[in-house]
Design a binder for this molecule. Sequence first.
Ligand code: ZN
Length: 177
Amino acid sequence: MSVRKIIYEGDPALRKRCHAVTAFTKRTAGLMDDLKETLIHAEGAGLAAPQIGILRRACVIMRDDEIVELINPEIIKQSDEQEGLFEGCLSCPDMRGYLERSKEVTVRAQDRNGEWFEFECSGIAARAACHEIDHLDGVLFIDKVEHIYTEAELDELLAQLEEESEDDDKDKKEKDK
Ligand code: ZN
C-alpha cells in the first residue's frame, strides 16, 4: 500500500471518462488499498481512481468511520429531496462551492472480488458517492456548482456554522438540566 500523489484540476486525466474494471486481480486490490491509504492521508470524504491518475471506474468513500470501496458504481436510486451544502474536492484545493445533491442515494457496485452489492447512504456519504461517481465520467463539482465561495464568504460561513454548533451545544446543556 502506498499514498499516491493526487492530481489537480487542469490535468487532462481528470476530464476523461474512465474504463470499467473487468479483471479483479491483485492489481485491483492494490489500487483499492492505495485509494484508501491516500484518502486517509488527505483526510477527505472520498477519492476516485482518476484523481491518482488511474482511468478506471473505482472509488472509495467515507461512511461514518468506515471506508467503502465501490468498483463500477452506478446510482440506481436517489431521493427527490435535495440538500444544499458547501462542497469541495481534493483535486480543487481551496475551492468550495454551493451545490444541491440528493439527500439519499442507493449505489450498485462491485467489491474487490467482483461481487455485486447495493449500498444505501445519506447526507455527506451520499454527497461523496455522487461526487466520486461524477469523477469517473470526467465531471468535477465546479462544473455543477451554483456558486464558488470567495475566501471572505467562506470564512463568514465557517464562523456561522461554528456559532450554530455552539448554540446547539447550549441547547443540549439546557435540556440536560
Ligand atoms: Zn473530487
